[in-house]
Design a protein around this ligand. Structure first.
Ligand SMILES: Cc1cc2nc3c(=O)[nH]c(=O)nc-3n(C[C@H](O)[C@H](O)[C@H](O)COP(=O)(O)OP(=O)(O)OC[C@H]3O[C@@H](n4cnc5c(N)ncnc54)[C@H](O)[C@@H]3O)c2cc1C
Length: 442
């Protein structure tokens, strides 16, 4: 008997409060055999199946109308190949569990996004990325997967299998992944340099900055000329940790960045007119700081204030102009935006549905406070999306957007190849949901 949810209600909602559903069933298989049986049983009843990770996608990609699969039974290490620097993990392993697995092996993940609450399967299914023009998204670290396909058959997709270019970033549309093999690198430290700067200078210097820095990103505070840049340099693993002590970091990260910022966002949502003043204050409060630590501790931040987010990948060289258009649009349309705009970059890769497929990419992310579900927040996302689309932008699969298959086919050269793989892995669309029907077209 499969463990079934013991929750009082089956209602599920995501971290940002932007997607929810009430699955007919929630199950947590403890083995691949149990999972395969559950997929076959649902398919026989004509029901759909959707695995869910940590619910950190803002889009409706993880919504499970019929059977929701919790991946808690698939966490932890399955196999280590220290020689090759490869680790096979249960697909439900959370990113925050991985550094402690890798540290004793002298290994690390070569790049990460901003947070580590996601599962490795959920993060890679939607193309989660960090920053650095020499570094691809997390899915590019995958060297093989095992999954249960739509017929309930267990398939292993190895490194030399052309289907890996689909399965490593598959939106959950090809099957339920049970194991993921990651290519790791030797452990390393990072020195982070954070510095306030001028917005126009930073926009203009973006292409040079990403070319000359291992991992570069910046935050621009709308309604101001202020930015905060963050330049990360990779260093040998034995570089001692240094920088602000734990009390100062608590004040900066927890009190100022999370608690104080959260209070300001709540105020801004009620009184939008104060936003420009608040952003001026927030932008000026930022001071330069330099610190060094184990790589994952530098990549990862705590996001205590909940928000909703849209992010588009653009051809890298389009980023400065798109930012200027965004700034002009915010002024022209009189939007009141309390969250900084985040700007990052990633290397081109050859995964079929990667937002960086075939082109070096810049990422522009915009946010609104999670309780700010007003018409003005929706109008802001719509106006931003128009700018991004005009630059041939590709929306992050796990973040808010309104694109459909017709548009996406035009910006993903390998879109139809992905559909061909889906036709073989899930011929009856057992893993469908409304989001996938809109974005993949069937
Ligand atoms: C605070 C916050 C910070 C974020 N920072 C970043 C960032 O820095 N960079 C970035 O690119 N994104 C970022 N994101 C987006 C996030 O990384 C992605 O949306 C990611 O998909 C969430 O992972 P999850 O485990 O929560 O998966 P979920 O959102 O639960 O699911 C995502 C998809 O994965 C599928 N899936 C889950 N498990 C499996 C499985 N075993 N087999 C097959 N499919 C599966 C689901 O069906 C669904 O389609 C952030 C999100 C939040 C809320």
């Amino acid at each position: 008997m499969l463990p079934v949810s013991t929750r009082a209600t089956n209602t599920w909602s995501n971290w940002g409060g932007t997607a929810s559903c009430t699955p007919e069933r929630i199950i947590a298989p403890q083995s691949t055999d149990e999972l395969a049986a559950a997929v076959r049983e649902a398919a026989d009843r004509g029901r759909t199946v959707k695995p869910v990770g940590a619910g950190h996608s803002f889009s409706e990609v993880a919504v499970a109308p019929d059977v929701q699969i919790a991946m808690s039974g698939f966490a932890g290490v399955r196999h280590v190949d220290r020689e090759a620097g490869r680790v096979t993990l249960g697909a439900g392993t959370h990113l925050h569990q991985i550094p402690d697995i890798l540290e004793p092996l002298g290994l690390a993940m070569t790049n990460l996004g901003d947070v580590d609450r996601q599962t490795v399967s959920g993060a890679t299914a939607t193309g989660t990325h960090g920053t650095g023009v020499a570094f691809g998204g997390i899915s590019t670290q995958i060297r093989g997967v095992t999954l249960v396909d739509g017929t309930g058959t267990v398939r292993t997709v190895a490194e030399d299998d052309p289907d890996l270019a689909a399965a490593a970033l598959g939106l959950g549309a090809l099957g339920v992944l049970t194991e993921i093999t990651l290519q790791c690198v030797d452990a390393f430290a990072i020195e982070a340099v954070e510095a306030p700067g001028d917005a126009e200078e930073t926009f203009a210097g973006f292409l040079d900055a990403v070319a000359s820095t291992d991992h570069y990103e910046f935050y621009w505070f709308p309604h101001t000329t202020r930015v905060l840049t963050k330049s990360n340099t990779r260093l040998p693993a034995d570089t001692p940790a240094s920088g602000p002590g734990s009390v100062r970091r608590y004040i900066d990260d927890e009190l100022l960045s999370n608690k104080f910022f959260g209070a300001l966002c709540a105020l801004s949502a009620r009184v939008p007119g104060v936003v420009p003043t608040i952003n001026q204050v927030s932008g000026r409060a930022l001071s330069a700081r330099t610190y060094t630590d184990r790589s994952d501790r530098i990549f990862i931040s705590d996001r205590g204030v909940r928000f909703r987010e849209m992010e588009y990948a653009l051809p890298l060289e389009a980023v400065p102009d798109a930012l200027r258009e965004l700034r002009a649009m915010i002024d022209r349309r009189r939007h009141r935006v309390s969250f900084p705009v985040e700007v990052r970059a990633a290397a081109a890769d050859d995964l079929m549905l990667s937002t960086a497929a075939g082109r070096t990419s810049g990422y522009i992310a915009v946010h609104r406070y999670h309780r700010d579900d007003t018409g003005s927040a929706r109008d802001y996302f719509r106006d931003v999306e128009q700018i991004m689309v005009a630059h041939g932008g590709r929306p992050h699969w796990g973040k808010m957007h309104t694109r459909d298959a017709d548009y996406l086919r035009g910006v993903y050269p390998r879109f139809d190849e992905f559909l061909e793989v889906r036709g073989r892995f899930d011929p009856e669309r057992t893993f469908a949901n409304p989001y996938l029907t809109t974005t993949l077209g069937a």
